[in-house]
Ligand binder design. Sequence first.
Ligand SMILES: Cc1cc2nc3c(=O)[nH]c(=O)nc-3n(C[C@H](O)[C@H](O)[C@H](O)COP(=O)(O)OP(=O)(O)OC[C@H]3O[C@@H](n4cnc5c(N)ncnc54)[C@H](O)[C@@H]3O)c2cc1C
Length: 507
Amino acid sequence: MNDLRDVFPRDRYNDILISNVHPPDWDNPEPARCYNLMVIGAGTTGLVTAAGAAGLGAKVALIERHLFGGDCLNVGCVPSKCIIRSSRISADLRHANLFGIRVPGGAEVDFPAVMERMRRLRARISEHDSARRFKELGVDVFLGEGRFSGSDSLEVAGKSLRFKKAVIATGTRPVYPAIEGIAEAGFLTNETVFSLTERPRRLAVIGGGPIGCELAQAFRRLGSEVTLFHNASHILNREDADAAEMIQQSFLRDGIRLVLNCETKRVETKNGEKVIHITCGGKADTVVVDEILAGAGRTPNVEGLNLERAGVQYDKKQGVKVNDRLQTSNPAIYAAGDICLGYKFTHMADATARIVIQNALFGGRKRLSTLTVPWCTYTDPEIAHVGIYEQDAGEKGIEVETYIRPFGEVDRAVIDGEEEGFVKVHVKKGTDRILGATIVARHAGEMISEVTLAISGNLGLRVLSNVIHPYPTQAEAIKQVADAYNRTRLSPFIKGLFTRWLAWKRG
Ligand SMILES: Cc1cc2nc3c(=O)[nH]c(=O)nc-3n(C[C@H](O)[C@H](O)[C@H](O)COP(=O)(O)OP(=O)(O)OC[C@H]3O[C@@H](n4cnc5c(N)ncnc54)[C@H](O)[C@@H]3O)c2cc1C
């Protein structure tokens, strides 16, 4: 997506967006003699690195070939969470009668208005990521494609830049599905789906991972008939199995058709419709839709950077190769964010940018492997996770004990009508040391940070059980899990001693 015509429709909100993230009248500056830090890519990783380094006094160049803000602002987190918010309102209104609220005639989705709201909010948020703001922070901003010309030099828009240190932050793009006929039939990706102004009546979503699931549910709740294709026997199959099952059931209740473990043979266009030919359990079938959204897999933006010239090793599927300090095979060049990580999240883009600033500019020895990494899939309910899964523990030979609190036993969740979900915490057997946790809840992403803090700060369940949580809140479930752990410490022997001592006190 390197053409501003991709930013569609050209309404006043997208005009504001463009004026912030790729000002058409931008003049690249004259390059400095040498930069302390050269940042290639102005997605979250590049922006955090550039702002942080410039704030510490470094001379920084930031190079972006398309849109400041990268995927997250333009075609990822921000637009997806905007339409998810509208889709939740739609779902809530459908169930309003359960709360004693009547919606005469039922709720109606105004899809163009949903998308316009998204564009309005994205334009507003884009102020933070604007090229102008970075110039004001003292960063030399170059619009154009960056390409290494040596181990300490790079070319952009006809200018040659020299650097002491560089960071590759060029991110990823969607994988195009290898399905016969799909290119001719046409399909959407995250780079084009947020440009829709009309709701697809029938939508096929390819990929039952986080991106596919979030968008499948959002479009279903906004009124599309959605068929979700996933090449495994369960959606979100990398998540905790109980958690994934809850989401799958929620999808079925929403009326999403699931096509699991089937082979997608080819796509053809007939009378303006897209006909998807599949084979399921040896039987041929077809699914007819108006649009197809490809939401499976990301591929790293390594091409065109001339990485060979810079002595930077990479893999076309995994991206730039880095060590635990995020240094590439050229010690002066680092990489951070999606381009080099398995964890493709904005908060990891941010966290790794901070590591790079310390290691590249100040000789720091910060390590990627020391980070505690949470994540959240924003379905309804959400799944948030941190640390290990029970299955990983088994494979690594670590014995764990698991404590679970279903939200059906948490007063606030009952009051809110949000009982679906649980808090599940794994501790090292015989201790209160938290190794991992999964939360399924409407706002699981807001709750997981308490457990992440506990893991990062080496605070066990005993500490969490002493944390006073306001009543009634859904986060009390975390304390209740900790209380469940505490109860296991009361062995029959200790309980017997307590009983006898208390009886003696009664006299
Ligand atoms: C639909 C969707 C929803 C998502 N939702 C979430 C979410 O809710 N939470 C979350 O944590 N994460 C989410 N993500 C992931 C998140 O968007 C990414 O992890 C994050 O954007 C990575 O940031 P980055 O800076 O590493 O890469 P990017 O955002 O991809 O930025 C890389 C930048 O480099 C530029 N570039 C590439 N090559 C060159 C070159 N040669 N010269 C100059 N510039 C170049 C690109 O134009 C781009 O602007 C979502 C992703 C998608 C697709």
